[in-house]
Design a protein around this ligand. Structure first.
Ligand SMILES: Cc1cc2nc3c(=O)[nH]c(=O)nc-3n(C[C@H](O)[C@H](O)[C@H](O)COP(=O)(O)OP(=O)(O)OC[C@H]3O[C@@H](n4cnc5c(N)ncnc54)[C@H](O)[C@@H]3O)c2cc1C
Length: 377
């Protein structure tokens, strides 16, 4: 969208036909709102969303930490939204088209076109026909899928580290303007969420690190067991009905372990592993990385240097923006996802506003790693 707004020739290819659904919690963090506001899209998003002004964190014992975004998330806007991806993603697509980009749905990118070790375009499978599309730069934005990373020879050995499932329920009691995060012993390391889609409907799901503790249990079954056995969810869903099926999808949080740019190509969003390794949220980071990519491509084209290698600047910028954040989040992840430690920290935070603020800020990537390690500096 940004490159099209700047007058460049942009072709968007997606294997899905839009509008398309995407399995997601639908939560937009204040970080995401910041980018959408910069793009001039917040008003439109707000008209399709449910606004949230706080987060509520529930410890395994039921202790509740209420954290308002106001005075906690500056310089970000003190609000988030819950918006179904079928609406968010289509709005972004239509805005890109409005700016001059062309979009082709049902177009599966199968491989890259190489010329002298530089990417010169992509091969596309469209309506049963193989086509070639040539371009100055290819931006890979293919989410958790590893196919194109394999074609670039950079797919990480362990592709997926989180898994999440979610469904929608209507008739949910006591919905208010908070994103709810529930830490429960049966889902550890991980958590469950309840995000309000409206005052009646909620997106409810679980997000966990599949490992030795979850050998063969179906994630869908885990979610249903949680909702029928946990007293809190049972009460909230007493009169609720499921809307449609429960869907799950893997999440990749591996940044910065793989290259993110090369000659003629660069990678944005979850394809670069840019998903918060504690919360599993990645819409915000996907949009921020796409914004950085657009700035670098614009700069490189403007410089007249057609050597694709100059895209290395993107890698530098991405690392300087996100590397510290990912190290910090990985550092706190064992604490954030351990039931006893969650209990201890959340209890302490109910009595210490400074700690509460810090928890929110760390999760949004607003606290540099050195300040987590040495908080007295
Ligand atoms: C259950 C669940 C809940 C989540 N909840 C949240 C949340 O509440 N908030 C949050 O911020 N994040 C959440 N996330 C993470 C979030 O969904 C991702 O981080 C985000 O969608 C990444 O955006 P992206 O643009 O990089 O990739 P995607 O949104 O996955 O988009 C990738 C696109 O590429 C297309 N594609 C893939 N391969 C090809 C190909 N070969 N050729 C052509 N097209 C291709 C796909 O069709 C798709 O449209 C959740 C994830 C899951 C699984």
């Amino acid at each position: 969208m940004l490159l099209a707004r700047l007058g460049h020739d942009v072709l968007l290819l997606d294997r899905a036909r839009f509008p398309r659904k995407k399995t997601c919690g639908d939560g937009l963090t204040p970080r995401a709102v910041d980018t959408l506001a910069r793009l001039g899209l917040e008003k439109k998003i707000a008209s399709l969303s449910f606004k949230v002004l706080s987060a509520r964190l529930y410890a395994p014992s039921g202790t509740v930490l209420r954290a308002s975004f106001a005075n906690s998330v500056e310089p970000l806007p003190p609000r988030g939204y819950v918006i179904q991806r079928v609406h968010l993603d289509d709005l972004l697509r239509l805005e890109a088209i409005k700016a001059g980009a062309r979009f082709v749905g049902g177009a599966q990118v199968t491989d890259f076109i190489w010329d002298n070790q530089r990417v010169k375009g992509v091969k596309v499978h469209l309506d049963g026909v193989e086509k070639e599309v040539r371009s100055f730069v290819v931006v890979v934005a293919t989410g958790a899928s590893l196919h194109l990373l394999k074609r670039l020879g950079i797919a990480p050995a362990s592709g997926v580290d989180l898994f999440a499932v979610r469904g929608y329920w209507e008739g949910v009691k006591d919905i208010d303007d908070a994103l709810e995060f529930h830490f429960v012993r049966n889902i550890s390391p991980g958590y469950s969420w309840l995000f309000p889609v409206s005052y009646d409907v909620a997106n409810i799901g679980i997000c966990f690190y599949p490992g030795r503790k979850f050998p063969r249990i179906l994630p869908r079954k885990m979610l249903m067991e949680l909702l029928s056995s946990h007293p809190y969810f049972r009460k909230r869903l007493e009169n609720a009905r499921p809307m449609g099926k429960i869907h799950g999808y893997p999440i990749r949080t591996g940044f910065p372990l793989q290259p993110v740019s090369g000659k003629g190509w660069l990678i944005v969003g979850e394809a670069a592993g840019l998903v918060n390794p504690v919360t599993g949220e990645g819409i915000d980071l996907a949009m921020e990385s796409a914004e950085l990519a657009a700035q670098v491509i614009y700069q490189v084209i403007g410089s007249g240097n057609r050597d694709g290698d100059t895209l290395r600047l993107y890698s530098k910028k991405l690392h300087s923006r996100f590397r510290g954040m990912f190290y910090a989040l990985r550092l706190i992840r064992p604490v954030a996802l351990h039931p006893q430690l969650q209990e201890f920290v959340l209890r302490m935070a109910t009595k210490r506003p400074g700690l509460k603020r810090r928890i929110i800020r760390i999760n949004l990537g607003l606290v540099p790693v050195h300040q987590i390690l040495f908080p007295w500096f």
